[in-house]
Write a protein of this length. Structure first.
Length: 398
């Protein structure tokens, strides 16, 4: 989460009531016996079980109560399709439950079949319209999963059905099961020439170190045709898989492949900041090679990116966003230099805003306030004005 989102969240927490009566009909549970009872109720009524795991201090949890569970469309769907349960993840039983379910953060919503099988999970605040779409997709998808699973056990799955099976499981958030099935598909079905079905499967379960990468990436138009709307999500998954492997195995060669081979496949679609630089910046940061990271940015800005303040801002802001939890002092000081260099070349709202963030992290509160005030004077859109007002309100309260 970026700093300005954190600021906004802190302010929201001050405004949101603690107790909100939800239109979704929840059953509050606090023991294993109560959880078993509601699962039995779901089974008896042949309904899926929705478990909202929250914490009393969690701002997004309160936002779910206030903005989402009071929405009529959400309530109508959830009250007819689910037995709905709420559990404080920090009560005695809650701590046991979140350990078993491997909680990633609050709020997390777990969805179980009427037979008690965990079908999917949703992590974090989810707007009402998005939640309804996700829940409808989950209920429909689970019916497909049961049919495909039966065919799989009987050995009657055709290649296309197998690919559909893996896709539905993945879309429902059961990534571990999807990975297992994809591994089985690769071993038993996949052809070295990569059929259309092969591409649909491996696109979400591969990295650039796989032997079929060159074949997979050879025809951009074919990939686009086969993957359709899944094209960019698949490329992002391949990117993340490869970056994780590069960091874990300390392999700069994979980072170079990301920059030189994967980035050209998505540059036109994303319009994102320099995708050829991003893998190196993330690699050096996550392998804690701070000096190499600083040198990389400095050298690029002094050579082929000389005077390109938008590029320098992109690199520096990326590092600031990654480093908000750790707040490495040597990096923070360098980030402050980089943002100052951007401002010297051109004054811009973003430059002053990020400079203020870094100075705030460095405990240079007055200088941070001055940067934020300068950003305020340059705010030109409603979003910028609202953002800087929230941040200045927080800074003044410190």
């Amino acid at each position: 989460m970026s700093l300005f989102k954190s600021f906004a969240l802190i302010l929201l927490l001050l405004l949101i009531p603690v107790v909100i009566k939800s239109q979704v009909q929840f059953i509050e549970v606090s023991t294993l016996q109560e959880m078993e009872a509601v699962q039995k109720k779901a089974s008896d009524q042949m309904l899926m079980l929705y478990v909202d795991v929250y914490a009393t201090w969690c701002g997004p949890c309160k936002m779910m109560d206030q903005q989402v569970y009071t929405d009529p469309a959400v309530a109508d769907f959830m009250n007819t399709q689910f037995v709905n349960v709420r559990l404080d993840g920090e009560c005695d039983y809650g701590r046991q439950y979140v350990t078993e379910q491997q909680l990633e953060g609050y709020p997390t919503m777990y969805i179980f079949s009427d037979e008690g099988e965990r079908v999917s999970k949703i992590v974090g605040f989810t707007p009402a319209e998005e939640l309804v779409v996700t829940l409808k997709s989950t209920t429909e998808g689970y019916q497909k999963v049961k049919r495909f699973r039966s065919m799989h056990r009987q050995g009657t799955l055709e290649d296309a059905d197998f690919a559909d099976y893996i896709a539905v499981v993945r879309e429902m958030g059961n990534l571990e099961e999807a990975d297992k099935l994809a591994g089985e598909y690769v071993e038993q079905v996949m052809d070295s020439k990569l059929s259309d079905n092969d591409i649909r499967v491996v696109a979400f379960h591969m990295d650039l170190d796989d032997t079929w990468w060159n074949t997979f990436s050879a025809d951009r138009e074919r990939l686009g045709r086969i993957l359709g709307e899944d094209y960019l999500p698949a490329m992002e998954k391949i990117y993340n898989n490869t970056l994780i492997k590069a960091v874990e195995e300390d392999r700069i060669d994979l980072v170079s492949k990301l920059a030189n081979e994967l980035s050209p496949l998505v540059e036109k679609e994303t319009g994102s900041w320099d995708l050829r630089s991003l893998p190196f910046i993330q690699y050096y940061y996550y392998t804690e090679q701070t000096e190499d990271l600083i040198n990389y940015v400095d050298q690029r800005f002094e050579t082929d990116r000389k005077g390109d303040h938008r590029w320098l801002y992109g690199a520096a802001s990326q590092i600031t966003d990654m480093d908000q939890q750790t707040q490495n002092e040597s990096l923070l000081k360098k980030e402050a230099e980089w943002f100052a260099a951007c401002i010297e070349l051109e004054e811009h709202f973003d430059y002053f805003f990020y400079q203020g963030m870094v100075l705030f992290f460095l405990q240079e509160r007055e200088d941070a306030r001055s940067s934020f005030l300068k950003a305020e004077s340059m705010a030109s859109t409603p979003e910028q004005k609202q953002l800087i007002a929230q941040v200045l309100g927080f800074v003044k309260s410190q």
